[in-house]
Design a protein around this ligand. Structure first.
Ligand code: ATP
Length: 363
């Protein structure tokens, strides 16, 4: 797997029982609760969650701009909780990446190195290397006002990478860019991370961005980490309803466990058919337990009435161009959304008609 190849498996950041409370006494606000997290060397690691869940606070604690109220934070094996930002091998790219307007692109990139008192020759060599890395060599002498938003973002990245931090923290760095530029910069960021081998900790509330870019993702809600795993694990085997719901469209089915085998469980669907569902890592429900299974809209297919694992009634179909969403009702009135790719001229099922649903194996 990609994450195995890129990261050495050595811990870069180890966070244990960490919490952060803003303010004191009864008016104190617990922004982070009991965070346990290990980020590996060379990993592209993403903190994902809705607005206000504590992503930025966790990033600022790692950077040293905020101190944890409790717990331990080790970077490259060294305890840094309680220490300021300058003692950490970490650099940050913020959402508002304000470049110095009176300095050229090259001067902006070299600024951090100058502050560190590096020799002129070393600064020049590093700036040249960084300009090449972010493909801005031709614009080295321009001022920030004379380049585009996407180019400014690349300069901000080069500036943060120039001192060669072990860890780069990125707080929604692409959110100011329009959709097309954003897609381009996602690819660019991935490439930069691969070429430099630096550990990236990336904050976003955009689930698609998290799925496409990350080696691993931590999903956060209300100051807690709900689940950590690869994009595949987070998407296909969410441990909690919140995680499933936050990552894409989904259907929830209440079922009874008929038996467990390896990484899967046989579950009894409404209507009685048995289906094999994949289990989240480390989860082993008892036979007879009532559990919720997650079925993604693309994991079900329409089949003839009486066939497939479930019977359903068609409510309506919504055409999206590349695909069509079919809204259905299961026995017991549970809603179910199915997504069909429009690869051919598929007839849309009649509203009110009864259909069968076949489920992908291991859905
Ligand atoms: P967003 O995606 O909107 O940036 P976030 O997940 O990054 O959200 P944080 O900025 O980490 O969220 O904030 C988490 C919670 O902590 C919020 O409820 C916020 O109001 C609160 N908070 C953040 N900083 C402070 C502070 N200095 N004092 C008091 N409360 C704070």
């Amino acid at each position: 797997e990609r994450s195995e190849r890129l990261s050495t498996g050595t811990a870069e950041i180890e966070i244990t029982s960490l919490s952060k409370v803003f303010g004191a006494g009864a008016s104190g606000f617990r922004a982070l609760s009991d965070i346990d997290l290990t980020i590996r060397q060379g990993e592209f690691f993403t903190l994902l969650g809705p607005s206000g869940c504590g992503k930025t606070t966790l990033l600022r604690v790692i950077a040293g701009f905020e101190q944890p109220t409790e717990g331990s934070l080790r970077i490259n094996g060294k305890e840094v909780a309680g220490e300021g930002p300058n003692s950490r091998p970490v650099n940050t790219v913020f959402q508002n990446y304000a470049l110095f307007p009176h300095m050229s692109v090259a001067q902006n990139i070299g600024f951090g190195l100058k502050m560190l008192g590096r020799a002129r020759s070393e600064i020049d060599a590093t700036v040249a290397e960084m300009l090449k890395l972010v493909q801005m060599e031709a614009m080295a002498e321009r001022k920030p006002a004379e380049i585009s938003g996407g180019q400014q973002q690349r300069v901000a990245l080069a500036r943060a990478l120039a001192p060669r931090p072990r860890v780069l923290l990125l707080d929604e760095p692409l959110s100011a860019l329009d959709l097309k530029l954003r897609k381009g910069m996602q690819t660019e960021l991935k490439r930069l991370q691969g070429e430099t081998g630096i550990t990236f900790v990336f904050v976003t509330h955009d689930q698609e961005e998290a799925l496409t870019m990350s080696d691993r993702i931590a999903v956060m809600s209300a100051g807690r980490i709900l689940q950590t795993g690869s994009p595949h694990q987070i998407y296909h085997t969410p441990r909690e309803r919140f995680v499933a719901d936050f990552i894409g469209d989904t259907n929830f089915l209440q079922v009874e466990v008929a038996g467990v085998d390896g990484d899967g469980a046989q579950v009894k669907l409404p209507g009685g058919a048995v289906h094999r569902a994949r289990l989240p890592q480390g989860m082993r429900p008892d036979t007879g337990a009532r559990v919720t299974v997650v079925i993604r809209p693309e994991q079900a297919q329409l089949v003839a009435p009486g066939q497939g694992a479930l019977a359903a009634q068609v409510e309506k179909s919504v055409f999206f161009g590349t695909d069509t969403h079919v809204h259905l009702r299961l026995p017991g009135d549970a809603p179910f959304i199915l997504r069909r790719q429009n690869t051919g001229a598929l007839a849309e099922p009649d509203p009110g008609s009864t259909v069968g649903l076949a489920l992908a194996e291991g859905a």
